[in-house]
Design a binder for this molecule. Sequence first.
Ligand code: ZN
Length: 406
Amino acid sequence: MSDEDFSDNESAISIRDGTTYLGFVDVPISEEEKPTIEDTFIGGEPLWLDSRSPPQEDLLLCKSCTSPMALLLQSYANLEATYYDRVLYVFACKKPGCRRQNGSVRALRAVRKDPKAMASWQEQVEKKAPVEATRFDISKEIFGSSSNPFTSDTPNPFSSSANPFAQPEPKQESISEPKTETKETQSTAKSDTPAKTYASVASSGVKPKPKPKPLSVKLPSHPGYILYMDAESLKRKPVEAPIGQIDESALDTEVEASNAQLNPLAKQMADMLDDSQFQKFSSKVAHNPHQVLRYDLGGKPLLYSSGDSVSKLFLDKKGRWRDEFLLARPGFNPSGQRRFELQLMPKAIIDLESDLENIDEGMEWGTIVVCTDVEDTMPELDENHVGYVEEYCGVQWEEEVKGGEQ
Ligand SMILES: [Zn+2]
């Protein structure tokens, strides 16, 4: 591992300062360009942390029509100072009739906590210094070739091969966090005199883990694209969208009303332009119009509107940010809390619907906000050490366009 892999110290520092990371389309998924578990991608087929361990089927069904849902996003999102793999998934029902219906878009969080792999990962980190540099090496050793052939020179904070420390460190977590894992390993560790490693814990006879069931449903899918991640920069002047690429999207409607006559959609959005959150949304997106994903663990979502039930979780009646968001506590961790983690941006719709023939059947969301358990609790792992839970997923729907515009 050469030094230059870690030469980007500025980025490492700013990451801890609450930098927002943006995801941009890198390459379409194809026979030649297949994503790995350590990639972040939109569309395509989901990859599971262990191919033998898909989620329970009911987590993949639309709550409105019970049809299998299609993958919108899969994001490799390890937490800093942890030694296990973590992936977030967003699925959505493709049926036009399920638009704007509760439960037609769902977010899952998966972890794989293989005690042996974790022990070896942690041991090697502790053996070598500096910690951060070694963790980089080790993740590669454990997870094999983790280099992402699709990324450009841009460091990918989501790939452990590029920068495993990309996510801002939550206050609640410390470097010792990996020592308290699932309840099982925790209690086993306690009963052993100074229990050392996950390997010893693993071999000390915990109760058999549930067997995962193979999926019996086939999930529909959208065209897929592997993303690369980059720190958000607002220094650049907002750029004009390249013609034909994003000019159909709401995000191309600049806040400045002076541009409105150039873009028919801007007229339809006139109501929204009065919305201060939508103004902020538009002006921020204008700096990086191709963003399909925003990642800001513990930060604030960029709200598409201030007038819906999702915005009320984050804003008070006067439209100010709440000190504490009104996010429901996780059912799997009733004393826990959730924090904002990522959101999908409307440019993703254009990519995901690149093969859609009838635009009337298209998606109609403005943003999809995912909030996750601060403690990253996973109540149960299967025999492959993989577990899934459903996390908060809030959809801000696009303003319904009234009347027919020819
Ligand atoms: Zn449905």
